[in-house]
Write a protein that binds this ligand. Sequence first.
Ligand code: TXA
Ligand code: MG
Length: 316
Amino acid sequence: MTAARVVTSDTAGIELAINALKRGAAIGIPTETVYGLAADASNPSAVASIYAIKGRPSFNPLIAHVASIEMARGEGVMDERAEALATAFWPGPLTLVLPVAANGRTCELARAGLTTIAVRIPSHPVTQALLTLMQGPLAAPSANPSGKLSPTRAIEVATELGDAVELVLDGGPCASGIESSIVAILPDSAPTLLRPGAIARDQIESITGPLAQPAGTAITAPGQLQSHYAPRARLRLNAQHAEPDEVLLGFGPQAPIGADNLSVSGDLTEAAANLYQRLRQLDASGAQKIAVMRVPCEGLGEAINDRLQRAAAPRY
Ligand code: TXA
Ligand code: MG
């Protein structure tokens, strides 16, 4: 597979990207969480190419990325609770699942036919510029082959998706390194955390009050599919040490000196930013089994543990 072209995100690069998007192509874009595979959300054939390139089942809906709260209101119905979350966290790594607005521009395929829609305003300046020039929503899932690790560098998108992607805009390494938090704000139900992510639960709850857990398994957020975010190597979680056939992925100062470590100081923000990168490096080094030390479940640790559990889940 030939790698996709990586393009510097200067004015000329952004113009190339806009031209590609307007023609209906899918391109790699940087966000503050992970890289996205973006296409014009109003164009069903452009959206279809996202599903095809990722090998993603078409029942799994995409997030509509928009430039402003006005644009978000055009796609989803925002009640007071949604407005309060938007004021607190947008632009930034929060996705709201809302009732579909009457004249929204996001096509049905991007929503996988649901009557709800996921919307977010990313804060990455390159994607802000793109969205402002597009004047319309971009559908963008994480830019990984379905079920694999999300990319946090442009080169990973270019090599792992290859030249089925017309170009990848390079916006540098992603600051958060883990996907957005997804909260459903729907009529007659409590705010519900569908996916823990780059904004910690207690920060969200400081605006919404206690968040509900998703009921049953009906509606899916990313990793509702059990095996997801999976490296090639097998993972063993909450390890104290590595067995002879394992490589250790440590966390905090208690890990052996010189071991691979998500954050030597035990900082969860740093660990989130390093997570996919370290797993990729261990895969590239040929490791077959990875023993991951315990990461506390507080703050961003909830999202880190969610991704680790899915990465460790049995594969079918
Ligand atoms: O940080 C992020 O959110 C990244 C960047 C690129 O923005 N995007 C991302 O997209 O993680 P994706 O497609 O990998 O994960 C979003 C998940 C989907 O797997 C889907 O299950 C869920 O959001 N989702 C989308 N629309 C939904 C809806 N209407 N109801 C419930 N879940 C929904
Ligand atoms: Mg994803």
